[in-house]
Design a protein around this ligand. Sequence first.
Ligand code: SF4
Length: 339
Amino acid sequence: MHVRITHIDGKLPNLALMAISGIHRSRGDSVHFTRDVDRGLFEDDYDRVYGSCIFRFSQHRLQRFVRNFPNAIVGGTGVQPPNLIGMDGTSSATSITVESAVGVPETLDYSIYPGFSASLGFTQRGCRLSCRFCVVPQKEGKNRSAKSIAEIWRGLGHPKKLHLLDNDFFGQPRDNWRERIREIREGGFRVCLNQGINVRLINDEAAEALSSIEYRDDQFRKRTLYTAWDNLHDEAIFFRGIDRLNRAGIPSGHVMAYMLIGFDPAETWDRIWHRFHRMVEREIRPYPMVYDRSRIDLLCFQRWVIRGLYRRVPWNEYRRATKSAESLAAWERAAKTAA
Ligand code: SF4
């Protein structure tokens, strides 16, 4: 069998695609892996085509992919079946799980991401909370443990770097997360928890456990602990969690906090600025996540923050220069050169 595996979006290697590739290779099938959603001029025909889309804002790429490969099997958190329109105007692609598409995966095929040296996986699935904008509770269900560190690590000969995709590490049974922390610490692993730890539910024991491990950013360089402050109403509980981290020896400067913007219809710029300034004054690094991608003002704000321009270019100046989407790239290039 000749299969095409298509990584539609996302910076990180895609676990589901690695599993699909692993299954096909174990059967002796030939696998063509690509990030290209278009069919190449001289590209082969395939017995089966897969695609994974994880972000809602990648719908244009997803639609293009489905137009090019109308019989593709498509999955991922960014897939909204009613929006999948095939070439004939009908919804012809299917959205299913890895297991229902190809069976239960036994090995992950890391070879499709040759530049990635870390090990990737989940120690738990599910989440204790149910935020209105989030698909995790619906997709993953109840909180439960998944794999041990020994099962996730690729083993001897591979760097001791773990990329854990857990959405609620401390939501799994206490004995299990304590065991995972012990494995990480005693194994000398560096770990990136970039889905974020749930700071709203953190207690002193969990904060101390975090402070005992080598948490890192997604490049495994900078000390970074990811979390989120999505809703203004969570201000008190968010900072109570931050205070707990601080008391356990984790400085606020290690914390990067996702901040959802453009979701709440009652949101105002005053509210956005309030969250932003409160974090910056505590030395937390904000990371805006824009829900409504049609809001150019929010997209500009996101770039201004993520790229650290807020430390040297006043917002009004940046916004004036980026009034049109077209000028955004040019302005950023100029700002970068000036920096
Ligand atoms: S805490 Fe995170 S994973 Fe859990 S429901 Fe909210 S956004 Fe989703």
